[in-house]
Ligand binder design. Structure first.
Ligand SMILES: Nc1ncnc2c1ncn2[C@@H]1O[C@H](COP(=O)(O)OP(=O)(O)OP(=O)(O)O)[C@@H](O)[C@H]1O
Length: 270
């Protein structure tokens, strides 16, 4: 399905991603972890073709992605939607229009300029918002929503493209634990219910362990771990993060676990 072989990105003398190789046989939810600067974002940006590949190959369903140009590249970018830490919404525009922006690739410039959206797309946008639990926010300006709601709008915009792959670059890094949990659960459901591949950069171990079927660990541009959450022991994590014996997993925690523990504590009758 997806085969990444020797993928490399250089910025001048700096090798941000160094011969990354992995294959994905069927849609999975994959977490990429590693410390800041490990190359996680650059890897995702190359996969989406936001960044050009310096070397290596990336084949999806028998098509070489790294050399696509023009309309073929845009077609790939709509099949492989990207979600960012900062949501990248148009703040003053209403939520539905932000979601409808996900159809820009297949609409004429004139129709887009005048915000002329087919009725069927508007209904689809509202259905997707409903699925993500934020349909009642549809008419509000994006800037009036909480961070977690804005990220769900960004996910809805991505789903408008009906992508086969969703690449999420630190989707919960700006969110509080409660919203982080809602967003990760939404991504997990999209993977399970729709069969889409989700590849998610995460800077926290607990989130990767909890939501992903497979975890890829990066260090200094290289893939140094590729396995299941169960194989991701504290020792392995220490290697990925290049930390010493004093490495504490709590330092890379989103506190989602803590949130759950306190929720269940509250649920126990006194
Ligand atoms: N446009 C660029 N020009 C020069 N160097 C870059 C550029 N983008 C990234 N780098 C460098 O490449 C390396 C990998 O960066 P990248 O953003 O991919 O890491 P990351 O693991 O996603 O980190 P973070 O979690 O902080 O975003 C870093 O050393 C970074 O400084």
């Amino acid at each position: 399905m997806l085969s990444v072989q020797g993928l490399t990105k250089r910025f001048g003398d700096k090798t941000a991603v160094d011969k990354a190789s992995f294959t994905v046989e069927k849609p999975a939810m994959i977490g990429i972890i590693g410390r800041s600067g490990a190359g996680k974002s650059t890897l995702l940006r190359m996969m989406n073709r936001l960044a050009d590949v310096s070397e290596g190959s990336m084949v999806y369903n028998d098509v070489e992605i790294s050399s696509l140009r023009g309309a073929d590249k845009r077609e790939w970018q709509s099949r492989c939607a990207m979600i960012f830490q900062q949501f990248n919404l148009v703040p003053r525009m209403d939520v539905v229009s932000n979601v409808l922006h996900g159809t820009l690739n297949r609409r004429s410039t004139l129709a887009s300029m005048f915000n002329l959206y087919p009725q069927v797309d508007i209904h689809k946008a509202i259905e997707i918002l409903d699925r993500l639990g934020i349909a009642e926010q549809a008419a509000k300006r994006a800037e009036a929503l909480s961070g977690g709601q804005q990220q769900r709008v960004a996910i809805a915009r991505a789903l408008m493209q009906d992508p086969q792959i969703i690449l999420a670059d630190e989707p919960i890094a700006s969110l509080d634990p409660m919203n982080a949990q809602i967003v990760m659960e939404a991504l997990r459901r999209i993977h399970e219910e729709d069969g889409r591949m989700v590849i998610c950069n995460l800077h926290t171990l607990d989130t990767a362990r909890r939501y992903c079927d497979r975890v890829i660990g990066m260090r200094d541009g290289r893939i140094v771990f590729d396995g299941t959450p169960a194989q991701l022991t504290t020792g392995v994590a220490r290697d990925i993060y290049g930390a010493g014996d004093d490495f504490s997993e709590a330092a890379t925690s989103t506190e989602i676990e803590t949130l759950d523990r306190s929720d269940s504590a509250r649920a126990v009758p006194a």
